[in-house]
Design a protein around this ligand. Structure first.
Ligand SMILES: *Cc1c(COP(=O)(O)O)cnc(C)c1O
Length: 696
């Protein structure tokens, strides 16, 4: 269970980029050639394999679906880098021909990018072969090793000398994308399919590997065997330990650091040139160039600073995906709510995250991915299509469909490994009759009379366990008055909980294992009196994960939740409307004074009610409340901004849910204005709204 904390995987990218700078500046060269050899030819050799492993890990976690995107991204990065280093190539008289472009990279550090372009499709292909694929990549690595650190031995073997000579007509070294990178991509990928390793064994393995690699490197360097020193026999072992260690301590991500690392990698040779030119210009040559350590110390901050500047320039240009109107999703708030729920629930009660209806309008995929990283292993959706969408997005944990599933779709349940709810006995028999084995949870009706087998029909429930194609892995029920504050609401919920517990006891008495048992949704957690003394295997909150209550009514056990979603829209136009003039469909608004009307680019197709103005709807502009006026259109609405000290301008952002300056529109308040609860308001937010994810 990782809590948001130290983003080790991303931070180490920056460390790896700095190690690459060390390779190219040799910081310890003036002091101890031996120490410099160790730093730049042993330790720093973990950098490039690490980049490949992280890529492999994240690609595999996403079922390799991002491979093409990463390939294209790498191509663009490479093309930009080629242009960036063209002046230096021209100055140095380096030819930029096909061999440089396709095989070796057009500058000394750029070899990694064409290598990755070659390695990605190879790794993708080999990944289909699972263990066999990894073994094949291992063989390629050994071949590469023979042309690198062990060339003096292996190159002598009959036939192999000619083979390597052939290789060297294309590539300068064998550290390229055919021999070296596939194995590291696949080693990274292997971590995606295993449980998060233990930090201590990762640390032990790293030290062991590094020690062995040190001995190997020093023995080899004492001979004339190496042709180059990028690859060692013990490098994959070291990388396995190191990556496991970083993964074990990783908590969250840091996208900015990730980008900085890439930019430092790309930019540092230019910074070396700048430091040299600057040192000559200012008469600091002895200090900043001749002193290898100070040279390194000058290049690193310059590279990092340049990376930051470039990043802030590109950041400013990035607008939300749909710059018209969008949902802003604060994943930090989601993480915090999840942690809070965990602390609230007893340790024996697992968290089944309800992400139906596109995670209540929050975007099911980013939400589920974030929850997974927080250690959530159970998800619930409303229907088959939602379950398949999560599977396609790489969510491999248990997914329960809470709603009705057409029995004819049993083959799809099986194919996507989704768990169905048995709505009643007839539904259960029909599912079983399809002839494919499916995983199910039995819904028990304890008084809501929606889905479920009546709690008192123990025989019927038991008979469902005996059906040939149903694998009952859970039994659950649902409370229908847990959110009510009246005494009889609470009493009804308590009765439901007791009935459910009794049904479970009866099933167990018949020797049947109900599997995962669950009852409480959000309000069963906020108003826990009804389940006091009863223990179930999981709870199924939806709403509270997103940091909101259904309405403003008091609850027994309030939680300091943080709302995850804000809703924003741009101002499309601003009009001066003279007193007496009408505006909008049906001229439903009439200006009683000279009015400043702001037109917002959001409408009822985005999920707001058509009569929002009549209901008393407001939005925030310049941190102040402005009333919605006239009839809400499908794609626009009008806002009276006359009372603002300064008139708004087109392109500015209005807030419909969330905070702007000192003012906040809580989802509960907006829902109340709309005459509904937040559950409905949020889940109706239209899918055409953009989704801007904060703190990914
Ligand atoms: C929607 C739903 C939930 C989640 O409800 P919240 O009130 O949002 O926590 C839990 N269980 C079932 C059966 C549901 O339909």
């Amino acid at each position: 269970m990782t809590r948001q904390g130290f983003p080790a995987l991303d931070r180490f990218r920056l460390a790896a980029a700095v190690l690459v700078v060390a390779i190219h500046t040799g910081p310890l060269g003036d002091f101890s050639p031996l120490a410099d050899l160790w730093l730049t030819r042993v330790l720093a050799r973990v950098a490039v394999p690490y980049f490949a492993m992280v890529s492999g890990y994240f690609l595999a976690r996403n079922h390799w679906q991002g491979t093409t995107r990463l390939w294209r991204h790498t191509l663009v990065l490479y093309a930009a880098s080629v242009l960036l280093y063209l002046p230096l190539n021209l100055y140095a008289g380096n030819p930029v021909g096909v061999r440089a472009l396709v095989f070796n990279g057009t500058f000394y550090h750029l070899w990694y990018l064409p290598a990755l372009l070659l390695a990605l499709p190879i790794a993708r292909l080999l990944a289909r072969g699972e263990r066999g694929g990894l073994a094949a990549a291992g063989v390629l690595y050994l071949i590469g090793l023979g042309g690198d650190s062990y060339y003096g031995l292996v190159g002598q073997l009959p036939g192999l000398g000619d083979f390597y000579k052939g290789v060297f007509t294309l590539w300068d070294y064998t550290r390229n994308g055919l021999f070296t990178l596939p194995v590291f991509l696949l080693l990274g990928a292997a971590f995606a399919a295993r449980p998060v390793p233990d930090a201590r064994s990762g640390a032990r393995l790293t030290l062991l590997g590094l020690g062995a690699m040190t001995v190997e490197a020093f023995v080899l360097h004492g001979t004339h065997i190496p042709r180059h020193d990028s690859m060692y026999l013990f490098l994959p072992l070291t990388m396995w330990g190191l990556f496991g260690l970083l993964l074990a301590v990783n908590g969250g991500q840091d996208r900015a650091v990730r980008r900085t690392a890439t930019l430092v990698y790309i930019l540092h040779p230019w910074c070396i040139v700048v430091v040299r030119v600057g040192a000559r210009f200012f008469g600091l040559w002895d200090l900043l160039v001749e002193n290898s350590l100070l040279h390194f110390v000058a290049v690193v901050p310059l590279s990092v600073a340049l990376a930051f500047v470039l990043q802030s320039l590109t950041n400013r240009r990035s607008l939300p995906p749909d710059a018209r109107a969008w949902r802003e999703i604060d994943l930090d708030a989601l993480r915090q709510n999840t942690a809070l729920l965990r602390e609230t629930l007893p340790a024996s009660c697992a968290l089944m995250a309800v992400v139906k209806a596109d995670a209540y309008g929050h975007g099911a995929v980013p939400v589920a991915r974030t929850l997974r990283r927080e250690g959530v292993r159970l998800f619930a959706v409303a229907c088959l299509a939602e379950g398949i969408a999560l599977r396609r997005a790489g969510i491999r944990d248990r997914i329960l469909i809470l709603g009705w599933t057409d029995p004819a779709q049993a083959p799809l349940l099986r194919r996507w490994k989704l768990t169905a709810t048995v709505a009643d006995a007839e539904h259960g028999r029909a599912l079983s009759a399809q002839g494919v084995s499916v995983r199910v949870h039995l819904a028990v009706d304890t008084g809501m009379h929606r889905l479920g087998i009546p709690a008192e029909e123990i025989g019927t429930l038991a008979s469902l366990f005996a059906l040939p194609n149903l694998r009952v892995t859970g039994v659950y029920s649902h409370l229908c008055t847990a959110d009510g504050s009246a005494e009889n609401d609470r009493a009804f919920a308590r009765r439901q909980a007791e009935t459910f517990a009794h049904t479970l006891a009866m099933l167990r008495g018949l020797g049947l294992d109900p599997g995962l048992t669950h009852l409480q949704a959000s309000y069963g957690i906020l108003n826990p009196a009804c389940v006091v003394g009863l223990a179930f295997g999981a709870a199924r909150p939806g709403l509270v994960l997103y940091g909101v209550y259904s309405d403003t009514a008091k609850v027994e056990h309030p939680l300091p939740l943080r709302p995850v979603l804000s809703l924003r829209a741009r101002v499309a136009a601003v009009h001066r409307v003279p007193a007496g003039e009408g505006a909008g469909y049906g001229l439903a608004f009439t200006a009683r004074r000279d009015t400043c009307l702001a037109v917002l680019a959001i409408g009822y197709a985005d999920g707001l009610p058509r009569d929002y103005a009549a209901k008393g709807g407001v939005v925030l502009l310049h941190g102040a409340r402005c009333p919605v006026v006239g009839r809400v259109c499908m794609d626009q609405m009008l806002v009276d901004a006359t009372d603002l000290p300064a008139a708004p301008k087109a392109g500015e952002t209005a807030t419909l849910i969330g905070t702007d300056g000192a003012e906040t529109l809580h989802a509960e308040e907006v829902a109340e204005t709309c005459g509904t609860i937040t559950n409905e308001l949020l889940s109706r937010l239209g899918p055409r709204l953009g989704l801007q994810v904060l703190h990914p």
